[in-house]
Design a protein around this ligand. Structure first.
Ligand SMILES: C[S@@+](CC[C@H](N)C(=O)[O-])C[C@H]1O[C@@H](n2cnc3c(N)ncnc32)[C@H](O)[C@@H]1O
Length: 303
């Protein structure tokens, strides 16, 4: 069978299994197997696959037909141009979360420069934190480590702390930090929310994509999400908003004055979350939309 025939047959099979974008998914699986960039497949349409290659592609396509996410099958995904290994212990990073990470590194970099200027122009105000770090960030619920790692890569002067309740997720995040060369500037903590952190830490930025699916809705999600993303990465409590209540109530204690919180949330949750951050100490600066123009990110400043 040629490359083109395999693509056609496999795409038909995946379409029958209700997999989204079956042709693209097939091409990505085949490109992974043949270790080629996807576009190079087009130059190899007439190439005949060996029996071993055919067996291997059948196995990959079968797994995708059982709705295992492509990223789990190939073992990694791209996030902000960085490669992140993923498995069943971590949420597969989503494209909209890249927008959150980008807002985070823009702020951290500007915060780093303004502190640097302050240190230069008002030496009397220099305190230990100005000398020891440009800016610090906490990634609350780091999963694969994607946000924390992107911040560390894009803000070379920053120190980044990441926490998660899942030890297995943290193992993957550590591996991803190493793979992206930022292990030195990342610290990982294991535990339930703020209880994971030593007291006394203060951050310029608290960034999080917390679990936000209402518990009862998890059973209705797409198979790839429901059966393959970890339950603990999805379940946001009865109304999906448990983590936003917690963060609006407690995050201020962990932020430096003028620090910010940046949170991803689910479609339709913006109004409720805005209300939590109408609390004293917070000013909501922006609610931003994702690529489909749905509000998905809240940015609030701590006084
Ligand atoms: C939606 S996932 C986000 C993962 C990653 N930051 C991303 O954006 O792809 C939420 C993460 O929060 C973690 N988590 C859930 N409950 C937690 C808790 N009480 N304390 C700390 N982390 C928690 C989960 O284990 C999961 O890794």
């Amino acid at each position: 069978m040629t490359v083109l025939e395999v693509i056609q047959k496999s795409a038909e099979f995946l379409a029958r299994k209700d997999v989204d974008s079956p042709r693209l998914q097939t091409e990505l699986l085949l490109a992974h197997l043949l270790k080629l960039p996807r576009m190079k497949l087009y130059l190899n349409f007439d190439r005949t696959l060996s029996d071993t290659e055919l067996d291997a592609v059948r196995e990959l396509v079968k797994r995708r037909g059982q709705r295992e996410p492509l990223q789990h099958i190939v073992g990694s995904t791209s996030f902000c141009g960085l490669e992140m290994a993923v498995n069943r212990n971590v949420l597969v990073p989503r494209p909209e979360t890249e927008l959150l990470a980008e807002a985070g590194w823009d702020f951290l970099n500007s915060r780093g420069s303004s502190r640097h200027e302050e240190a230069q122009t008002q030496p009397a105000k220099i305190d230990q934190s100005l000398l020891t770090s440009a800016a610090t960030a906490l990634d609350f619920g780091t999963g694969s480590g994607c946000i924390a790692i992107a911040l560390a890569v894009k803000c070379p002067g920053a120190r980044v702390v990441a926490l998660d309740a899942s030890a297995d997720a943290l193992a993957m995040a550590r591996q991803n930090a190493g793979r992206n060369g930022v292990s030195e500037r990342l610290e990982f903590f294991h535990g339930d929310g703020f209880a994971a952190l030593p007291s006394g830490f203060r951050f310029d930025l608290l960034i999080s994509n917390p679990p936000y699916i209402p518990s009862a809705e998890i059973a209705t999600l797409q198979t790839e999400v429901r059966d393959f993303d970890p339950h603990g990465a999805l379940d946001g409590g009865p109304d999906g908003l448990d983590f936003y209540r917690l963060l609006a109530g407690r995050a201020g204690e962990w932020l430096r004055p003028g620090g910010k919180i940046m949170l991803e949330f689910g479609d339709g949750q913006a109004a409720a979350i805005r209300k939590f951050f109408a609390a004293p100490g917070w000013s909501v600066e922006a609610v931003r939309a994702d690529y489909t123009q749905r509000d998905r990110i809240l940015i609030a400043r701590w006084h």
